[in-house]
Design a protein around this ligand. Structure first.
Ligand code: NAP
Length: 465
């Protein structure tokens, strides 16, 4: 590799690191994404030209086709389908790593037909080759299952079977033993194929027992695996930029997985093995028949008009209803009338990390009024109205005291400490955790039933008149 290529790899790696750092704040996230993409562009162009794999016309053609497909996805995909798109893209990353590792094995074997092994590979190359095939294949299959569950192509409910953990352990052990045989005798090319087969089975058996709504955590974990697979392939190819980018993806995916688990107050083992997350069927489970206070959008507008301070708590229903623009219009009206209006963002509101921030950024909500749970939670007791839009689990007080609740121990937004609570949702149905919400039956809670976008739009119109 020449000096220019090595320097370009260094620049690409710096772009990845700066990009990741910038992704940690909504203010800089867009630019961060641009930086990281630029780093990837530099890395790909330099690799393809330096290794003389392709000439420039192919690189340019690939760029155009790839950008067109990327743009098509970016423009068409619904915000609520973003986690499964990320899942599919992670899967491709893992699959590509496994394929590249296998192609490298064929190249170094000395015989493209793999009938005789005349190659000479170092021990570390052989070990990372096995790991790349194993982790890469597990990632692509596991990610596809996770995405299919999230997209509703497969049933989201956990598919549980006896001795699940033990069977997975035996499959993994089998793959590791075969890997050791392969490293000792690299002519055993079929061992690699069987390892890939076992990894694919493991991808299925380890993801199907996990509930559909825990899939964002699985996708984050698979993201980490895809990074690991990439880093392993980087070692196989002795390619520094692949090792660096793979390690960054692996580490950041793991950190994100940890943040999501902590915010739900669950361990990763509980997410992976407890089979949490039933499919909720409203027709089969009638909501509890307790009385609630029903308000119309007209009542809600009247209450809001007399408030001094309002804290808005968005949740998954905001994303489903695509109510963010109407909601921000309401915020603008309230702010123009001199009220203090802020958004309270729970770390696991919605179905993916940062879900609410992304939605609200799309509606041009000012960043300085988007407050995280720790920043706002003590302020609810001084708040006139807590306006809950399509959120449920993240404001369910049973998380504080009901020991048998799946939400027990999860930190929640203290909306019930506000003077008045208004909840906009379509029914009394529970949220993702399937737990009835005692907030709805609180004396100071007003339920405004209906689609979030319709309700907020009506309130906006009433306040404008
Ligand atoms: P949630 O508990 O899932 O509740 C969302 C509520 O939105 C539902 O109760 C639903 O009630 C309502 N809704 C749906 N469509 C609506 C519409 N068109 N208009 C109005 N309301 C609508 O959501 P959350 O409070 O945001 O909590 C997120 C949950 O997901 C947590 O349990 C969290 O642990 C879990 N989770 C999050 C992540 C993440 O990364 N963010 C990852 C994995 C799991 P109706 O049907 O009555 O309208």
């Amino acid at each position: 590799m020449n000096v220019i290529s090595a320097l370009s790899y260094l620049v690409a790696s710096v772009c990845f690191i700066v990009g990741l750092k910038m992704l940690s704040s909504p203010k800089t996230a867009r630019r961060g994404n641009g930086f990281a993409s630029l780093g990837m562009l530099i890395a790909i162009v330099v690799t393809l030209t330096d290794q003389k794999i392709l000439d420039f016309t192919f690189v340019l053609g690939g760029l155009l086709v790839g950008s067109a497909i990327g743009m098509w996805f970016a423009l068409r995909i619904k915000m609520t389908a973003m986690p499964q798109l990320v899942g599919v893209l992670n899967g491709f990353g893992g699959g590509a790593s496994a394929l590249v590792a296998f192609a490298e094995y064929m190249r170094i074997s000395g015989d493209a037909d793999l009938t005789v092994w005349t190659g000479d590979a170092r021990l570390d190359v052989l070990i990372t080759l096995v790991l790349s095939v194993l982790i890469g294949t597990l990632t692509i299959v596991g990610s596809m299952i996770a995405s299919a569950k999230l997209h509703g192509i497969m049933r989201g409910a956990p598919i549980l079977y006896p001795l699940q953990k033990q069977i997975n352990a035996v499959i993994l052990l089998g793959a590791i033993v075969l890997g050791v045989f392969f490293v000792l005798d690299p002519s055993l090319w079929y061992a690699l194929i069987i390892i890939a087969g076992l990894a694919a089975i493991l991808g299925v058996t380890s993801v199907i027992p996990i509930g559909g709504a825990d899939m964002p955590v699985v996708i984050s974990l698979m993201n980490s695996y895809s990074g690991l697979a990439g880093a392993m392939t980087g070692f196989v190819l002795s390619n520094n930029v692949l090792i660096i980018s793979g390690t960054l993806v692996g580490a950041s995916g793991l950190i994100l997985t940890n943040i999501m688990c902590k915010a739900m107050n669950r361990s990763l083992a509980n997410v992976l093995f407890a089979g949490v997350g039933v499919d909720y069927d409203p027709s089969s489970q009638p909501a509890e028949q307790r009385s609630v206070i029903r308000y119309t959008p007209q009542d809600a507008a009247t209450i809001l008009e007399s408030a001094q301070s309002v804290v808005i708590v968005p949740g998954y229903g905001l994303a489903v209803a695509q109510a963010q623009h109407a909601l921000q219009e309401l915020v603008n009206i309230l702010t123009q009338r001199g009220m203090q209006v802020r958004y309270a963002i729970h770390p696991v509101a919605g179905r993916m990390p940062g879900h609410m921030n992304v939605l609200l950024a799309e509606a041009n909500a000012p960043y300085d009024i988007l407050l995280e749970m720790d920043q706002i939670n003590d302020d609810f007791q001084n708040t006139d109205v807590a306006l809950v839009i399509g959120a449920n689990d993240v404001v369910n007080p049973s998380a504080r005291h009901k020991k048998d609740s799946p939400l027990y121990g999860m930190p929640i937004l203290n909306v019930d400490y506000a003077r008045t609570v208004m909840v906009c949702k379509r029914s009394l149905n529970p949220g993702f955790a399937g737990e009835d919400n005692e907030l709805f039956y609180n004396d100071k809670t007003m339920m405004v039933f209906g689609d979030a976008k319709d309700t907020v739009t009506k309130i906006v119109q009433l306040m404008k008149n």
